[in-house]
Design a binder for this molecule. Structure first.
Ligand SMILES: Cc1cc2nc3c(=O)[nH]c(=O)nc-3n(C[C@H](O)[C@H](O)[C@H](O)COP(=O)(O)OP(=O)(O)OC[C@H]3O[C@@H](n4cnc5c(N)ncnc54)[C@H](O)[C@@H]3O)c2cc1C
Length: 364
């Protein structure tokens, strides 16, 4: 979110410095692991659909500007029992925004995608416009393009403090290397947001998430273009996964259900329990993908109580802006979030609907 915001601000000709405590593209936060899903039939809430649609445009625009290939459309199959939140939510977004989709029975799903061993009581929604974002490449592209437009990058330079004046005209950013004065600051600190903005006592919790990369028993059924993106809700649990992409493996993960951690204390090793959970899912529902574990990664979700984002001004300082709490579903929106934060920094206003993301919803 920080790299995207720096890019959109720099592109408008504003003078921008981007501070990152590690090297941009690192794997200690929330934005690594080869791939991210972008999907339109947004089960979380129909209000996100216009923002996803703008994001699709912005990803294509960034590809055109940079010459990079960032977004690969594959389609997604979402599966669950008919009453599941996943299918109800997706159907609601499809209806509210006229999103083309197909409703499939278990038999139809198994006929179209024989990789899935699902039971007869499940159904699915197929939505062809969903795709995969090459997450690290996206971030490095923002970084490179931001710099091309004049942003100054301060990598491996942790922000220790932000101090705004009461008049809202100046913010001082302090690092070990020095202090910098700015008219505005946009804080996009992911899992570290509560630490940097400790005075706000943000209602954020950081959740550990494990990503497993399994070498399938046969390659062909899991190739990009053959195997779709999927989300499957089984009872209260959701799993999702990807075709072979970026690495010669099917990537699979459990959405939420991880332990609460902090970025300093999280166990960053993909362990036996992580493998056990993901392998049991694969064995039951996608048995031909349950081969050798090739790689495991740990990623962090930064959750708000309602799992909606925070995109807002600091309640005391109007020249400090906050983009945080992406609750495990933010990456696809990085373009539009960058655009929104650039709007707020430039003029205090945006044409995008962001009422859902106000900080004050957590008061009282
Ligand atoms: C396993 C997993 C799967 C996901 N799948 C999807 C998906 O399919 N689709 C989707 O849309 N979203 C997905 N998400 C969510 C999405 O990736 C995140 O919402 C998004 O990447 C969050 O971006 P961010 O910029 O807020 O956080 P980060 O990328 O973590 O960036 C915050 C940055 O701030 C830096 N920082 C923090 N404090 C300081 C400081 N004091 N000084 C300097 N730098 C600092 C950190 O080092 C970090 O680089 C997934 C997340 C995970 C973990």
């Amino acid at each position: 979110m920080g790299s995207a915001t720096a890019y959109y601000l720099a592109r408008r000709g504003l003078s921008v410095r981007l501070f990152e405590q590690y090297a941009i593209g690192h794997d200690l936060g929330s934005s690594h692991g080869y791939s991210r899903i972008i999907r339109r039939a947004y089960f979380e809430h129909p209000d996100y659909v216009p923002l996803v649609d703008r994001s699709f445009e912005l990803w294509r625009e960034l590809e055109a500007e940079s010459g990079e290939n960032l977004l690969t459309v594959t389609g997604i199959i979402e599966m669950g029992t008919p009453g599941s939140e996943l299918l109800k939510g997706s159907a609601l977004s499809c209806a509210a925004h006229n999103i083309p989709h197909e409703r499939l029975s278990a038999t139809q799903i198994r006929a179209r995608f024989p990789q899935f061993a699902i039971s007869d009581d499940m159904e699915g929604i197929w939505q062809k416009d969903a795709g995969i974002l090459a997450v690290e490449r996206c971030i490095l592209t923002y970084r490179f393009q931001a710099r091309k437009h004049g942003a100054i990058l301060h990598e491996e330079e942790e922000v220790l403090a932000l101090q705004a004046d009461a008049a809202g005209e100046r913010v001082t950013i302090t690092t070990r290397k020095g202090s910098y004065a700015a008219r505005k600051a946009v804080v996009c600190a992911g899992a570290w947001s509560s630490r940097l903005l400790s005075e706000l006592k943000l209602p954020l919790t950081v959740e550990r998430q494990a990503l497993g990369f399994y070498r399938p028993l046969e390659r062909a059924p899991f190739e990009l273009g053959t195997f779709p993106l999927f989300i499957m809700q089984i009872g209260g649990q959701s799993f999702y996964g990807f075709p072979l992409f970026g690495v010669d493996c099917v990537k699979v993960a459990h959405h939420h259900g991880g332990v609460t951690v902090t970025p300093d204390t999280v166990d960053r090793l993909f362990g036996y329990e992580d493998d056990r959970l993901l392998r049991a899912f694969l064995k039951q529902y996608i048995p031909r993908a349950a081969g050798k574990l090739k790689l495991g990664k740990i990623c962090l979700y930064t959750n708000t109580p309602d799992y909606n984002f925070i995109l807002d001004q600091h309640p005391q300082y109007r020249n400090v802006l906050i983009a945080a709490g992406f609750s495990g579903h933010g990456f696809k929106f990085s373009g539009v979030v960058g655009e929104i934060m650039a709007d707020l920094a430039e003029s205090g206003r945006t044409r995008h609907p962001i009422g859902r993301f106000e900080l004050r919803r957590f008061k009282n």
